[in-house]
Design a protein around this ligand. Structure first.
Ligand code: HEM
Length: 448
């Protein structure tokens, strides 16, 4: 694509081999993540998503250890608790059937609470009041406002946000409240680490792990406080909307295709039974639950574009058409941007038969971290939160689907096909999702 008046030329690709050449990162690459693509993510400090080159390696080295089994275990148990809180707070415990006009209202709240608890280490709950006992905005509320107003905060010029409108004032207040709070939290955690003999903390949230890894690191590679805060916040922006959108799409598809939902339910019951809570150890046996989530993510890849820029004149190797061996060299001049169109990749017939079909069985038996599933990107720069998101999704879906039958709510006279076209249609804000999903939940009696 060559811009008509101004701007730099760009190449769009929906080929995974090309994606590997440009997006994976690493020492020898001729491509970087351009600063312009990450500017929006620097509001809270330099972070893993925005960093590149040596800076990226430094951030990944500190962030990496935070994403471990203890964190996933915490995500699992917090998700079960949050599901139960939701059932109680939304009044589902008093009814046998409930209609939710927009399922995203629940999936966004769930994802925010899980990031709040497991990412930031805060004790949030489903029904927290918006103000703290002293009358100021509560931290939970501030986090919600910051998450909801991210687009406004990055798109609007500073002078505009300084105007005395209520909404802008609220956004400013939430930002200041949270920044002040986070600075205090970094100091508290550092003090806690230095007071422990072997710096072994009982807390497993990502923020605490991050501070611990940073304190253990030698000084040259240490992150400063602003970078620590930047990385905690990037979890909010990279992990909240993406997971919430995908859960909404998964439930939309399962509501529409009762036979697939039954197949998933059968596995939940055969692995977990009807009485006990699903345990983190069940995760790998619930591959059909994961497959339902993966397939929804394939069809609506939340991270819909990967943007890279050539730092020198270089050559891409384009695979020849299907059925032919070898590659075709494709020169790329310095400064050219290459956009990996993730929607194009996920619907590319080179990789998927009938890509328009929702077919979770594509992912049965595919190893959990396999790059055959590519919607979390591929290579060393792939999503660090993949297991965080899938753990949350599998725990939530296992609980929800065992207790409730999910069905799509059709308008009068609407066919399922028309519902799918209307509802399971792309909706893009910062990340890609589906339109508002109306669903009905009917209580199951002992697995029926
Ligand atoms: C369904 C949920 C998610 C999807 C679809 C998703 C997708 C992606 C994609 C495509 C990338 C690569 C972006 C690029 O290279 O330009 C990425 C990177 C990243 N994601 Fe996720 N993500 C999800 C959940 C999460 C969660 C829950 C977290 C954190 C708790 C997270 C944190 C990150 C971070 C920090 C990176 C940057 C990694 C690096 O550059 O080294 N993501 N994600």
């Amino acid at each position: 694509m060559v811009p008509f008046i101004s701007g730099i030329p760009g190449i769009y690709t929906s080929n995974l081999d090309v994606a590997r050449q440009v997006a994976a990162g690493g020492h020898k690459t001729s491509f970087i993540k351009p600063e312009s693509a990450s500017q929006a993510l620097l509001l809270w400090g330099m972070n893993l998503v925005a960093a590149d080159g040596e800076m990226w390696r430094k951030h990944r080295r500190i962030m990496g250890p935070a994403f471990n089994n203890k964190l996933y275990q915490m995500v699992w148990s917090e998700t079960l608790d949050t599901y139960r809180e939701m059932v109680y707070a939304e009044g589902w415990d008093k009814t046998d059937a409930v209609e939710v006009p927009v399922i995203q209202t629940l999936t966004f709240k769930l994802a925010l609470l899980i990031i709040g608890r497991c990412g930031f280490g805060f004790s949030f709950n489903w029904e927290a009041p918006p103000t703290a006992p002293d009358g100021s905005m509560s931290i939970q509320e501030a986090l919600r406002i910051v998450a909801d107003s991210h687009m406004l905060a990055i798109a609007a010029p500073k002078w505009l946000l300084a105007l005395p409108f209520r909404r802008f004032k609220e956004v400013r207040e939430a930002h200041d409240q949270l920044m002040g709070f986070m600075q205090g939290q970094v100091a508290d955690r550092k003090a806690e680490m230095s007071s422990l003999d072997d710096s072994t903390t009982t807390k497993n949230d990502a923020f605490t792990m991050l501070v611990k890894a940073n304190e253990d690191e030698n000084s040259k590679l240490k992150l400063d406080d602003q970078e620590l805060i930047g990385n905690v916040f990037i979890m909010l922006f990279a992990g909240h909307e993406t997971t919430a959108h995908t859960l909404a799409a998964t439930l939309g598809f399962l509501g529409l295709y009762g036979d697939i939902q039954e197949e998933v339910l059968e596995q939940i019951i055969s692995v977990v039974g009807l009485e006990r809570d699903p345990a983190f150890e069940d995760y790998s046996n619930l591959d059909k639950v994961l497959a339902a989530f993966y397939e929804a993510l394939r069809m609506f890849p939340a991270g819909h574009v990967l943007i890279r820029e050539a730092t020198e004149d270089t050559v891409l190797q384009l695979p020849k058409p299907v059925g032919q061996e070898g590659t075709i060299p494709f020169p790329v001049p310095k400064g050219t941007q290459v956009m990996v169109d993730m929607v194009g990749v996920q619907y590319n017939e080179r990789y998927f038969d009938e890509p328009e079909e929702y077919r979770p069985s594509r992912w049965y038996g595919v190893a959990n971290e396999s790059e055959v599933f590519s919607a979390f990107s591929v290579g060393p720069r792939a999503c660090i939160g993949r297991k965080f998101a899938t753990t949350e999704a599998v725990a939530f879906l296992a609980m929800l689907l065992r207790d409730w039958k999910v069905e799509s709510v059709l308008k009068d006279g609407e066919t399922k096909k028309a519902w799918r076209e209307r509802v399971l249609d792309a909706h893009l804000v910062l990340t890609l999702g589906v339109a508002d999903v109306p669903l009905k939940f009917t209580r199951r009696t002992k697995g029926t």
